[in-house]
Design a protein around this ligand. Structure first.
Ligand SMILES: [Zn+2]
Length: 572
């Protein structure tokens, strides 16, 4: 999967102002009292599995009891409280009690003085069930990249609780590369941040200790400070990565015309072979790239997609916290894809052919997807379990965006587009501070085409089934034709068979049965490339006393797919 991130569990975020002013306990009046705390990171080298220690200092509540929330679920991972080691309080008279939930503890302390809580952090272990090993906390000897969702123990208050935090990094080598989502441009080792509790969790904390393992590049782009960290060895040289990030930031900030945050962090590292993926966090994006990959438009697309989330998906325009996680992902991920490709194309960073290729890829991938006919509810439910389901919000959402854009241009004689509508929504961001539901989002498309027409674009795409765009969807210079495309059909139930370690539901007459596979044969070895009909399925099976190898191409019946091309000699 090319673009991949943890939208499903993303917190609501706006820009987070960073401040280098000292902690102001009785400072300017605010609508809600700010909860002061301090968070200090230090090395814990005696424990190679959990080499970073955190010290949290805060004022207990008047009733002496603070419920503390440990990490639990984030971005497809569960039981993240296992990352927290040796959680305790050294404060005299204070204690930490277990509760009936493994992700909650009760801190009991004297309300008249500050209380200290300490713990160490382990890396989030990789998992075979979710192909995103590179977007999670990586805690090691050379560097530690910690996501707050996975490494912090904080008061169990709502995400919008205002906090003012004194950060400190103590005991690290003075050449260590230390930066966070909240570090001001001056890169101080101690600083304060005014933010919200949810943003503290949805943020990155980085400590690079081995010299040369991490390079840090700082600059100003479009009026805002930028820190670009590059971890490990990539085929793409650092200066090419830095200039790629710069170009993407310049074109997106020029498109949206919103003020730049005072400082922004980009962390670029190595992804597992064959993959590329990213994650947007507060004032930050993480991007990880296969170390053998050369610079191309897909790497720029990854940067552009993650940065686009500043405006669509989790930043300015986001889903309401009152609706289930991921239920608006056709907007939060799909419109991010739409806007990313549009902005890159308009700026000349994607050629006409690369832009059309991205849309043809959506149409083709959807047409042959095992999730093509899945309902929207099934896709939201299966997002973190099934790679094909995970890809659908990006595809269906981008295609919805293209179709809506065409409908708006048609209805307004070219005056109003989806691009201009999104920009209007970003300008009016205060009206949408609580986020969108499907209904309130579709209302915003109504001024041009009417709410019921907007629904007739959105709802059929979400319902599942074949998708074709209107003939004028990409303007006058691009035309569609229909082509045949091979589908992937293993001919047996792969998921149930892997779970049972036996062949389940080998369909009579299908490719598996034709190759000799029969129900209830024992599976001894499997080599399956999901979704790729050109890669043979190889199995080692046992039936009775016989062990045999079975190999066949998982080719299903062909489907008809819309494919777009540029008309010769057309001037837009
Ligand atoms: Zn995304």
């Amino acid at each position: 999967m090319k673009l991949f991130d943890g939208l499903g569990a993303a917190a609501r975020l706006g820009y987070v102002a960073t401040a280098s002013a000292p902690l102001l306990l009785g400072g300017a009046p605010t609508a809600r009292a700010q909860t002061p705390m301090s968070i200090t990171f230090s090395p814990a080298l005696s424990d190679s599995a959990a080499p970073v220690a955190v010290t949290l200092v805060m004022a207990p509540r008047a009733d002496s009891v603070v419920m503390l929330q440990l990490p639990n679920e984030w971005a497809g991972r569960t039981q993240l409280f296992r990352n927290i080691v040796d959680l305790r309080t050294p404060t005299r008279g204070a204690r930490i009690d277990a509760t009936d939930r493994p992700d909650r503890v009760r801190l009991v302390a004297d309300p008249r003085r500050d209380v200290v809580v300490t713990w160490r952090i382990k890396a989030t272990p990789p998992t075979s069930s979710v192909p995103d090993g590179h977007n999670h906390s990586d805690v090691g000897q050379a560097w530690s990249q910690i996501v707050g969702h996975e490494g912090f123990v904080l008061p169990a208050l709502d995400d919008g609780t205002p906090v003012v935090v004194d950060f400190a990094f103590r005991g690290f080598d003075r050449n260590a590369v230390i930066t966070t989502s909240f570090t001001p441009s001056s890169q101080a080792a101690t600083f304060s941040a005014r933010t919200q509790l949810g943003d503290l969790r949805h943020a990155l904390y980085f400590i690079g200790t081995a010299s040369g393992a991490v390079r840090s590049y700082r600059s100003k782009i479009a009026g805002g400070g930028f820190t670009i960290l590059i971890r490990g060895r990539l085929s793409i040289d650092d200066s090419t990565l830095v200039s790629g990030v710069r170009r993407v930031v310049e074109i997106e900030r020029a498109f949206w015309r919103t003020p730049s945050p005072p400082n922004y962090l980009v962390s670029i590292g190595v992804a597992p072979r064959g993959s590329i993926g990213g994650q947007r966090l507060a004032n930050t994006f993480v991007a990880n790239i296969d170390s053998t990959r050369r610079m191309d438009e897909h790497v720029l697309e990854l940067f552009a997609h993650e940065l686009m989330h500043e405006w669509i998906g989790s930043g300015v325009l986001h889903a309401s916290s009152t609706i289930p996680d991921g239920s608006l992902s056709w907007f939060t991920e799909g419109f991010t894809e739409f806007a990313t490709h549009r902005v890159m194309h308009a700026a000349g960073m994607l050629s006409d052919s690369a832009y059309i290729a991205a849309i043809n890829r959506d149409l083709r991938d959807h047409a042959v997807s095992t999730a093509r006919d899945s309902s929207w509810n099934a896709i939201v439910d299966g997002y973190w379990r099934d790679g094909a389901m995970q890809r659908e919000p990006y595809i269906r959402g981008e295609l919805i965006g293209i179709e809506l854009n065409a409908a708006m241009l048609r209805a307004s004689n070219g005056r109003v587009s989806l691009d201009s509508t999104l920009r209007r929504l970003a300008v009016q961001r205060d009206r949408f501070a609580d986020g969108f539901t499907q209904t309130t989002l579709i209302e915003q498309f109504a001024p041009q085409i009417g709410a019921s027409a907007a629904r007739t674009v959105v709802e059929p795409f979400l319902a599942g089934g074949p998708i074709a765009l209107s003939a004028d969807a990409l303007g006058g210079c691009f035309i569609p034709t229909m082509v045949q495309q091979t589908t992937w059909d293993p001919g047996f139930d792969v998921d149930e068979s892997l779970a049972a370690k036996r062949v389940v539901r080998a369909r009579p007459g299908g490719p598996a049965a034709s190759a000799g596979l029969r129900d209830s044969m024992q599976l001894l070895g499997v080599d399956i490339s999901r979704g790729d009909p050109a890669r043979p399925i190889r199995l080692r099976v046992r039936s009775g006393a016989d062990t045999t190898r079975v190999q066949y191409l998982p080719v299903g019946s062909p489907v008809t797919v819309q494919e777009w091309s540029r008309t010769a000699g057309c001037a837009p």
